[in-house]
Design a protein around this ligand. Structure first.
Ligand code: ADP
Length: 597
């Protein structure tokens, strides 16, 4: 399987074996050889032990010399040596192979996640599927490979022992085969049940993870102290934990009851054979050495069927379900992609106009309409603002512009061409966006600005300058290369306002036809927000900027203000024009005026 087409694969047991084979030919060959040898070890041990015991007995009876014991003794030592040596070699090879599988799968899956449709990503079912299938896919592959090789070894071990046993008493062999099939089926069912339980509790585990982060993480430390809610949230955590634990306990109980029944049955079976074989020894058809070795083998085989086969079968069933999840994850719909993104990117970046024509939109098919016939036009080189109360639909407009929800009615035209006809790369080239909940990446300042992509000289410095961060960054111990956050020992943490400025600088560096600022300054006080928006407008007179805010004082100077209310544009114009209208803008402005004194 190649890296590029790994997500087009249907993950099956067979494709997993091919993947492992492709990742390390030499190790896979060694592993199969070792499995085959391991498979014959118990039968070999059985025969060697029988010879050894018979010769020791003969030696003590004075019927043979001590030399006759040396050969079987050496053979026993060689078998022990092989068992230890093979484990060391295989463990090393396994480590190398798993590393390669991890690299291959993880890079393919990370790319897949980055290509997923936004609407798809928002769904909790998708989040659960990603958690189950894509977080550590190499472990799913390992689970399947380990259980396949375990079953293969057990099959060889048991059939070779059965063969040796059957040559002495055929019916013991037949009984053992029937026992193997019976226990194998029970184990497969247990594996499937275990998987279904895991699926059932993923949602609860997601909630547990979230509550855990609220109690433990640094981001909520101040609120934790202020509202002293650790006890209450801890209680919720405890309750949910017990609920998931009860479900897990149910499966554990089933598993141990099955194990106990299987263990008792296999012990009874071995005792039965012990008695049934006595007449064979008395008749002289079986030597004492063979009798002891066969009994030993029957114990080993019944035990391995009860425990090891059950274990491997259960893991195989679980692994197959996880492989199905991986296939389902790979089939999730993606954003469209370009043959030649670079060329198209530059074409799309030449922004001229953006127009909404009678756009209607609802998030869910049966949900309420959020945009109800929205129409407006933005032109290159001008500055605009969308204002309106919380919930008016401002962020929804931006999400539609970015193409995150293509299921709208009406038209969205970019440079006169329908937005749906642009690819995701072209759309991404059109916009530079800063959200209210912008990310604070715990990496260096430079990486925060451009993720280490090459930029023209001076671009980063100029972006920092525009947001007023130049001096702050120059004062840092390692300048632009200083790590931010709390992850590294020598890193520096920014204040809230500095992180905001950095997020805006990142948007500058990215560039694009329109810069959108969707209330990244909402956590600042109205005066501070007003200053940042005013500075940005002043410094970027020739740039198309779209400010989003519910605080009107911040955007008085822009070319056009759109007042959004209940999914429609209620008023539009310059600040003074809107004030003269004495409509909802003027009312909102009057009610907010006290914020700016
Ligand atoms: P604003 O940015 O003006 O505060 P939004 O665009 O965020 O408003 O929200 C407009 C309406 O759409 C609100 O009623 C909100 O509850 C709803 N909404 C926003 N996002 C979603 C979503 N992902 N799914 C369902 N409804 C949503």
């Amino acid at each position: 399987m190649k890296k590029c087409d790994i997500c087009n694969e249907k993950f099956t047991v067979w494709s997993t074996i091919r993947l492992a084979w492709g990742c390390s030919l030499l190790f896979s060959f060694l592993q199969i050889s070792a499995c085959i040898i391991d498979g014959f070890v118990p039968a070999l041990t059985l025969s060697v032990n029988a010879v050894f015991i018979d010769r020791v007995l003969a030696f003590f009876a004075g019927k043979t010399s001590a030399d006759a014991i040396i050969f079987p003794l050496l053979a026993i030592l060689l078998i022990l040596l092989w068992q230890n040596l093979s484990r060391v070699i295989l463990q090393y090879g396994e480590g190398v192979r798993m590393h390669r599988i991890k690299e291959l799968l993880q890079s393919a899956f990370i790319q897949k996640i980055s290509r997923l449709k936004y609407r798809q990503l928002e769904r909790p079912e998708t989040q659960d599927l990603i958690k189950r299938a894509a977080l550590d896919p190499e472990n799913h592959v390992k689970l399947v490979l380990d259980s396949i090789s375990g079953i293969f070894i057990l099959f060889l071990q048991n059939s070779s022992v059965l063969l040796v046993v059957a040559t002495t008493t055929w019916w013991v062999g037949v009984l053992m085969i029937l026992g193997m099939v019976f226990l194998g089926r029970i184990s497969m069912r247990a594996g499937e049940e275990d998987y279904h339980l895991q699926t059932e509790i993923t949602e609860e585990k997601r909630k547990l993870d979230y509550l855990d982060s609220v109690i433990m993480k640094k981001d909520s430390v101040f609120e934790r102290m202020l509202f002293a809610y650790t006890g209450v949230v801890g209680g919720w955590y405890q309750k949910l934990f017990m609920k998931t634990y009860q479900k897990e306990k149910r499966v554990l109980k089933l598993w141990s009851v099955r194990g106990k029944i299987g263990g008792t049955l296999s012990a009874l079976f071995a005792i039965l054979i012990l008695f049934l074989l006595i007449p064979e020894v008395q008749k002289g058809q079986m030597t004492a050495g063979l009798y002891i070795s066969v009994l030993n083998a029957v114990f080993v085989v019944t035990n391995s069927i009860t425990w090891n086969l059950s274990y491997h079968m259960q893991n195989l069933a679980k692994g197959r379900e996880l492989l199905r999840d991986m296939t389902q994850f790979c089939r999730l719909p993606e954003e469209d992609s370009l043959q030649n993104p670079q060329k198209d990117k530059s074409e799309a970046a030449l922004f001229e106009s953006l127009e909404f024509v009678n756009v209607h939109f609802r998030y869910q098919e049966d949900g309420q309409e959020v945009l109800k016939g929205l129409s407006f036009r933005l032109e290159a080189g001008k500055q605009y603002a969308f204002v309106g109360k919380n919930g008016a639909g401002k962020t929804t407009v931006i999400k539609l512009m970015l193409g995150l929800y293509p299921e709208y009615e009406g038209k969205i035209l970019v440079n006169g061409k329908e937005l749906r006809n642009y690819t995701s790369e072209q759309r991404s080239a059109l916009f530079a966006c800063v959200w209210q909940d912008y990310a604070k990446y715990q990496i260096t300042v430079k990486e925060n600005l451009c993720f280490d992509e090459e930029r023209e000289p001076g671009v980063l410095e100029s972006a920092l300058d525009k947001v007023g961060l130049s001096e702050t960054v120059q004062r840092l111990s390692d300048g632009i290369h200083t790590s931010l956050g709390r992850l590294m020992e020598d890193s520096t943490d920014f204040s809230g306002g500095q992180w905001q400025r950095l997020a805006i600088a990142r948007a500058y560096v990215k560039g694009g036809g329109i810069m959108i600022l969707d209330e990244p300054t909402a956590s600042l006080d109205p005066m501070a927000e007003s200053k940042i928006y005013r500075d940005l407008a002043e410094q970027n007179k020739d740039k198309t900027i779209l400010f989003i805010t519910h605080r009107l004082g911040a955007v008085q100077g822009v070319d056009t203000i759109f007042v959004l209310q209940d999914g429609r544009i209620m008023e539009q114009g310059k600040h003074l024009e809107l004030m003269e209208l004495k409509g909802s803008y003027a009312q909102m402005y009057a009610s907010q005026q006290k914020w700016y004194v």
